[in-house]
Design a protein around this ligand. Structure first.
Ligand code: GLU
Length: 473
């Protein structure tokens, strides 16, 4: 592959929720191929799901990729000749492309109502048919007025099969009849992923699409779109999905999936990259400990595994341990200090410190894997013990998905909740404080939450609820 032309690869995360380990896993292979061929690695933000995308999530994607050293050559913050690199800034292009497909007879307007589609689905399920659109509008040549609700669908061939060569899996064949007439422009005028990804990969001159195997079934649609537009498609590599130990798709229910969690837990970025690379690929000499530069020098798609690798935390821990043992003490000292985390804690405790040592006692709770405290502390003075679990549950629910994860808005949420329920603010805050810090005395509560981070905050609330439940039984 070294002799290949410079490749252009992209990672295209959606800015929703926390930055996912899967994003790093794909990016690492993207960047390895880009470096190996002296090409480019591009970051494109797929933010057409307006309801779920947030600027905060975009920022944490930047942060997580930078932490891992997976820097991009073109992207929303650095620009580049093929931008803009946020899909929400490219809407006219998608619209124009979709209309071109309609003009040329490759796509059509569909005015079927959601009610009709739901009824159709019910009938199909009852008749044990695979659910899908029945193509009612396909040959009607509809021209809805702009104010009339409609979508645009692509016309999939009714016969034949899609054949393509996947760089990891070899030749793949899929009958066209398995693919629906996919919606490419939604009723809100936004493109769906399928249209946007094809238009962008073409306009950004992407040569290799490396993505999760969950997209294999969409590839025939994408290739069909390339054909209709008359564009040369990129090459595709569908990487094996990361799995939980029970073989289900890796999910935050069973494993932490946020890259920020691993950063905060003290994993080393180079160990994380090694672990992720090893999940999807192997070195020709079978070594398990290798650097990102080793991946760059040795990467070929034929060494990508095809069976679902298990994201096993103990394996990551063992790799991380090997890196730690391999460091010289001076390097380790620098890493141990975890400057960013300490810097974030400083404003919470500086005012109360009389000696340097007090910093460590005052912040020890940030580092504990599991806090140890007496359960009775969770029940504030004059509070009814039975009330505490419902406070903690309600607080957990209120903040679980809340964004932005910042002290002031979090405080507003908690105060609102307490007011709605006519609870006692002091008591509720005290119970939460003990759950999060193991003590009745701590730095300001929601500032502590901000620094502690979402995962640890939720974990500690769960742990307190568990303690209270044990006591009750
Ligand atoms: N936004 C898609 C995702 O996050 C991109 C998939 C692709 O790489 O085509 O999974």
């Amino acid at each position: 592959m070294a002799a290949d032309a410079p490749a252009r690869l992209r990672i295209a995360p959606s800015p929703t929720g926390d930055p996912h380990v899967g994003t790093a896993y794909m990016s690492l292979f993207d960047l390895a191929v880009a470096r190996r061929t002296r090409g480019q690695f591009i970051l494109r933000i797929e933010d057409t799901d307006q309801a779920r995308s947030t600027p905060e999530a975009e920022e944490t994607i930047f942060q997580a990729l930078r932490w891992l050293g997976l820097g991009w050559d073109e992207g929303p913050d650095v620009g580049g000749p093929y931008g803009p690199y946020r899909q929400s800034e490219r809407l006219p292009l998608y619209r124009e492309c979709a209309e071109q497909l309609v003009e040329q007879g490759h796509a059509y307007y569909c005015t079927c109502t959601p009610e009709r589609l739901a009824a159709l689905r019910q009938q199909q399920i009852a008749a044990k048919q695979p659910p899908g659109y029945d193509r009612r509008c396909r040959d009607l040549g509809l021209r809805p007025r702009p104010d009339e609700p409609h979508v645009i669908r692509m016309k999939m061939p009714l016969e034949g099969e899609s054949i393509f060569t996947d760089l990891v899996r070899g030749e793949l064949r899929r009958p066209f009849k398995d693919s629906d007439d996919q919606v490419i422009v939604k009723s809100d005028g936004f493109p769906t992923y399928h249209l946007a990804v094809v238009v962008d990969d073409h306009h950004m001159a992407i040569s290799h699409v490396v993505r999760g195997e969950e997209w294999i079934s969409s590839t025939p649609k994408h290739l069909q779109l390339y054909r209709c537009f008359g564009w040369e498609p990129p090459r595709f590599a569908h990487m094996p999905l990361l799995r939980n130990p029970d073989r289900s798709k890796v999910s935050k229910r069973k494993n932490p999936t946020s890259l920020l969690w691993y950063q905060r837990q003290g994993y080393l970025p180079e160990a994380m990259l090694n672990f992720l690379a090893l999940l999807g690929w192997s070195m020709p000499d079978g070594r398990e400990i290798f650097s990102f530069d080793d991946v760059v020098s040795n990467f070929t798609f034929d060494r990508v595994v095809t069976s679902g690798p298990v994201f096993a935390l103990d394996k990551l821990q063992s790799i991380n341990g090997q890196y730690i043992r391999g460091m010289d003490p001076e390097q380790l000292l620098e890493r141990l200090f975890r400057r960013d985390y300490v810097r974030a804690q400083l404003p919470l405790v500086q005012e109360r410190m009389r000696t340097l040592n007090e910093f460590h006692t005052a912040t020890a709770f940030f580092y504990a894997d599991e806090l140890s405290y007496d359960r009775s502390l969770l029940i504030p003075k004059k509070a009814a013990p039975d009330d505490v679990p419902q406070w903690l549950k309600a607080v957990r629910q209120r903040i679980e998905e809340f964004r932005p994860w910042r002290a002031v808005p979090l405080e507003e949420q908690l105060r609102e909740l307490v007011a709605e329920q006519s609870w006692n603010t002091g008591q509720v805050f005290m119970a939460v404080r003990v759950a999060l810090t193991g003590s009745t005395q701590s730095p300001p509560l929601t500032e502590t939450m901000e620094v502690l981070g979402r995962e640890k905050t939720l974990q500690r609330l769960d742990r307190a609820l568990q303690l209270l439940a044990e006591e009750a039984s």
